[in-house]
Design a protein around this ligand. Structure first.
Ligand SMILES: [Zn+2]
Length: 282
């Protein structure tokens, strides 16, 4: 099995929203904002190559949104999903399984593409798309607070294509995805987000999605304002980070603008950064 980081480009989000109750005087040292208080974040996905299976986890913001939408998020950088796949010798039709941690637009926008005639179609023609039922219902019947993060055009064509399958919450990892050793279900950021855990080169890896967007979010109170249940996030983060420190997990960071991954350690102040690293260092 080989695991790769897949960069799909950079975007900007409001620093205040990304750090919740933490004052700007503290977070601005960790991710310096521009004149509009916007900070740069990555959309870094995961590709698992295992025999004849090619599993992609999340896929960035995609390329079908109009200029106005893209302008709100200052998309920049040279990387796209297509380019990053091609660099490894793959194309989107090679993906056998696409795994959605959750359905916010910056994680699933590449799921569906617009054809030249304007019609929408799934971007991975030969893939099973994995979500879970609770998550799907939450996204297709959104609450007013999260509504802007769930774009119908990213979500509905997946179901219409017949390619959608649900992970059984009681069972955890589906038999069809033996590349994952575990799935952590988290409800603080949004209902039933899924964090895949993998064993790789003698290490345990967790793709943290929005449970830990960047190393700057390691201290427990550093929780995004987007989270629907921030106190639940605190508890979920504490449990996962303590285990990660004790078992020396490698945490893969989807939104960290510079660091692909990190390890953590237990200190007097709680769990803190140990080292930053790249997947290729393993
Ligand atoms: Zn999210």
């Amino acid at each position: 099995m080989k695991i790769h980081s897949i960069d799909t480009g950079l975007f900007k989000l409001d620093g205040g929203a990304m750090f919740g109750v933490v004052p700007k005087s503290m977070w601005q040292k960790l991710n310096p904002p521009d004149a509009n208080n916007m900070c740069t974040w990555a959309m870094r996905c995961l590709l698992v190559e295992d025999g004849n299976r090619l599993v992609l986890v999340d896929n960035g913001i995609g390329e079908k949104q109009d200029e106005k939408f893209r302008g709100h998020f200052y998309l920049h950088g040279d990387d796209t999903l297509e380019k990053s796949l091609r660099r490894l010798g793959f194309s989107s039709s090679d993906i056998t399984d696409f795994f959605l941690t959750h359905l916010h637009f910056d994680h699933c926008g590449g799921s569906v593409q617009r054809r030249p005639d304007g019609a929408l179609q799934t971007a991975f023609a030969n893939a099973t798309y994995w979500s879970n039922e609770a998550r799907w219902n939450w996204a297709t019947h959104p609450n007013a607070r999260e509504k802007a993060s769930f774009l119908r055009e990213n979500i509905l064509p997946i179901q219409e294509s017949g390619q959608l399958q649900f992970v059984n919450l009681a069972q955890g990892v589906p038999d069809a995805l033996p590349q994952f050793s575990d799935l952590i279900f988290a409800d603080g950021h949004t209902e039933k987000m899924m964090v895949p855990v993998l064993h790789y080169k003698g290490r345990t890896l967790a793709y943290m999605a929005d449970l830990l967007p960047s190393v700057a979010h390691l201290p427990l109170p550093y929780v995004m304002s987007y989270d629907v249940r921030p106190l639940v996030t605190l508890g979920e983060k504490e449990t996962v980070l303590r285990r990660a420190a004790q078992e020396n997990w490698v945490l893969l960071l989807e939104h960290d603008p510079t660091h692909e991954a990190c390890t953590v350690q237990l200190t007097d102040k709680g769990v803190r950064l140990d080292q930053t690293l790249r997947l290729s260092d393993l």
